[in-house]
Design a protein around this ligand. Sequence first.
Ligand code: FPP
Length: 248
Amino acid sequence: MKAKELAELKKRLAPLPRHVGIIMDGNGRWASARGLPRPMGHRAGTERLRSLIRLSSDLGIEALSLYAFSTENWKRPRVEVETLFAIFMDYFNAEVEALHQNGVRITAMGDLEGLPESVRLSCLRAMEKTRANAGLRLNIALNYGSRAELGRAARLLAKDAASGRLDPASVDEASLQGRLWVADLPDVDLLIRTGGEKRLSNFMLLQLAYAELAFVEDYWPDFSDERYIEALADFAGRSRRFGGLDGE
Ligand code: FPP
């Protein structure tokens, strides 16, 4: 996109969300509708990431959190789970250099220890390589569940309290927030779920407390830049009150 076009788009979309979360749903149905095996839908879905990340970064969005693999996704057929792992590794290995060149910083949230070593290592290498970048924060939820995240944070608080490092009376929202898998992100401002379902599926429940929600019918591989821009334009037009009144 040309600089002038981008500047006009930014003006049209103001105020932009600082942090966008995406539940990339509908890959399986996209594939089935074409008579393809479900894992092909995940491959097609991965192809959407490049321009979406580029656009987010060009617009100056600070953070993009993507739900790639949930703690519940282990229930899927083995071949699908293995394809997803292969896709994650391919992605980290093939895309990191370009992301790095564009100043993107990759982080992951989830139980990485529970993933196969090859996936974990390629993810950790991507994080390490991009850790000093100041551009878009690409936060990937891998083996992630919000309840598991909150359970872990509670465990860490209990441990610190038991060892005397933390006064139980001082436990508050901030001390809980500080023990999430990725603690230094702003709250999610806009959550987009593709694929037509209207639910949160255990994704960033605490971080979504005041998020605006956008449910889009397109299957994830069909979710175009134009649709993304529509969701951002809709967000810009919403009145966010955070429990207060308009104009406060
Ligand atoms: C949900 O669609 C999607 C997933 C479980 C996987 C999402 C993963 C990708 C798009 C791969 C690329 C991601 C990264 C970060 C490299 P579904 O399978 O539940 O679709 P359905 O509801 O139609 O069955």
